[in-house]
Design a protein around this ligand. Sequence first.
Ligand code: 6MZ
Length: 366
Amino acid sequence: MKCLGSLTFKFKQAVNPLAFVCYRFRFTQELHAHLNGSLSEDTLRDLFMENPDLKSDERIKSLISSFLLKSRSLEECFKKFEIAHAVTVTPAAVKRATKDVISDFAADGVAYLELRTTPRSVPGIMSKSEYVQAVVDTIKDVQAFNSSDKFIIVKLLLSINRQESPIEAEENVRKAIEANAAYPDIVVGVDLSGNPKYGDVVRNILPLLTEARKSGLKVVLHCAEIPNENEVEEMLKFNADRLGHGTCVHPSYGGSEKLWRLLLDSKTPLEVCLTSNVKCKTVETYENHHLRHLLQLQHPFAISTDDKGVFSTSLSKEFELAAKTFNLSSLELCNCVAMAINASFASTDEKNELMSKLSAFKIERG
Ligand code: 6MZ
C-alpha cells in the first residue's frame, strides 16, 4: 500500500480497463498541453488546405514531409512546431485550431483542460493581442455550451519561449497580466517553455515571473528536460506552482542528490509526459521513466500529453501507458486524477465539483 498525500495507492495485480476513467465518466484532467503541439493531423491538413499561400511554400512542403518521419530527437520534435505555426497565422485559423484541440480533448474524456500557448504576432496579419483574444474567445464559446452531460472546463496559460528575446518575454507576461485582469476565470498563469537547449534564461526572467505571480497568476516552468544543474537549481528555488517534466533532477537522470532533495522538499507537482519524453529521447524507456521514483516517494504529479499532435497520443493513452508500465489499478488511476485536480489551477468551486464527480464514480464502481 502506498500513500500520495492523503490519497491511498493500493497496488493490485490486475490492470483494470481504463476506458471508465477516460470515456464514461469524463473526469480526467489535462494540465500540460501546448496548443500548437496538440493540433491533430486532420486539423493541420484542413488549415493547410484553407491557406492558398502555403501550398506553394517549399519550406512548409518540406517540413510537412519531415513531419511524416518518426521523431528521432528533441531537436526534430521542435521542427514539427514550425508546421503548426505556419498554418495558424490568422485569428480565424487560431480560433479553429483552439476549437478543434478542445473538442479532441473533450472527446477523449477530459473534463478539465489547461491549454498553454505562446502569444504570436504575424506582421500585417495578426498582433499578439489578437492571437490571445482568438484563443480566449474560443474558450468562452466552447464553455458557453457546457451542459451536465457535455462538460469541459478550459483554462489558459500564456507561454514565454526561451528562444525568444527578453523583450518578447516581457510582452508575453504583460499580455498574461492584462488577459488575467479581463478574464480571470480563463487566463490563470504563465509558463516558460521552448527548446531547452537554449541556455540559462531563468535568471533573466525571474523578476518578470515574480511580477506575474504578484499579479495573481500561477507560474509553471519547463524544468530539467536536459541536464542543467545551475538553471534547475534556480527554478527549484523559485518555487513554481508546477514544473513541466522534471526529467534530469534525479541523480540517475543527469541531475544530482541536491536537486532531487530540493524537488522533494518543495512538494511541487510535476507534469509527467511519458510519450513525449520517450519519443524525444530525454528518457530511454517507459519502465525507466522518472515517474517510478515519484510513485515510490509519493511526490505529486499530473499525467499529461505535452503535444498530443506531435507525439500521436491522447490523455487516455497516457493513462493506459502509466497503468501498464507501473501496474496501476483503477483505484490508483482515480488517485492520479485526484492529484491532478489538486495540482490544477481551477477555482475552489471547480475543484470541489471535479472531486465530487470523482467520488460519485468511485462509489458507483464500489
Ligand atoms: C519545451 C515545448 C515542448 O506555444 O505555439 N513546447 N517546450 N519542451 C517541450 N517538450 C517537447 N513542447 C512544446 O505551442 C508550441 C510551442 O510550445 C513549446 C515550444 O515553444 C513550441 O514552439 P504554442 O501553442
